[in-house]
Ligand binder design. Structure first.
Ligand code: AR6
Length: 194
């Protein structure tokens, strides 16, 4: 599924984010930035040791990465030139500011990409694996953060791609997108293609 928002193409696809050739891919990291399982493990495995080396330097300089924030490193051996690492909220039932923190992840990543003058960025579904965030709610937050950002902010980003690993997550993001656009048709310039 794709649509044009201002000058930016927003796409939702099913796939492996480590294979994406966008300028940056986003990593759903943890505050240590030392790697882990899920998409974090896959990115470090595919990107090689240069990513971890830069993560170590960042942590030595500024400490652990707080939830809701983002930092950028090289993409190492990946096709993507950069990895933007962000820490999603752990789901505790919704009463611990999880929604605002998840929205902050997407917003901070887009701000970092904009500051580095990147033309394209790919996102995974942050927090919906090991961190347990319900997928349909997380999808709604992701889409309703990214779409207004593209509409309202001056950004060099020309392509945003959500790369969802499994079909259930992919379907959730497509539904969230239809829902957000249904409520705010002014946000998207057609065409919307399936
Ligand atoms: N490409 C795209 N999406 C993927 C890939 C991939 N190669 N691999 C997994 N996913 P998770 P979280 C999906 O657990 O919930 C790590 O250990 C996955 O199916 O990776 O934010 C970190 O170090 C799911 O839809 O991230 C943290 O400790 C989504 O990515 C913790 O897990 C997110 O799942 C972060 O948990």
């Amino acid at each position: 599924m794709e649509a044009i928002i201002n000058q930016t193409k927003l796409s939702i696809i099913q796939g492996d984010i480590t294979k994406q050739a966008t300028d940056a891919i986003v990593n759903a990291a943890n505050p240590s930035l030392m790697g882990g399982g899920g998409v974090d493990g896959a990115i470090h495995r595919a990107g090689g040791p240069a990513i971890l080396e830069e993560c170590k330097q960042i942590v030595a300089k500024q400490g652990r990465l707080p939830t809701g924030k983002a930092v950028i490193t090289t993409g190492g051996n990946l096709k993507a030139k950069y990895v933007i690492h962000t820490v999603g909220p752990v789901w505790h039932g919704g009463g611990r500011n999880e929604a605002a923190l998840l929205a902050s992840d997407y917003h901070e990543c887009l701000k970092v990409a904009t500051a580095h003058k990147l033309a394209s960025i790919s996102f995974p579904s942050i927090s919906t694996g090991a961190y347990g965030y319900p997928v349909s709610e997380a999808a709604r937050i992701a889409i309703s953060t990214v779409v207004p950002f593209l509409k309202e902010q001056a950004t060099p980003i020309k392509e945003v791609t959500f790369v969802l690993f499994d079909s259930r997550t992919y379907e959730s993001y497509c539904s969230a997108f239809q829902e957000v656009i249904g409520k705010n048709p002014h946000l998207v310039h057609l065409p919307i293609a399936a």
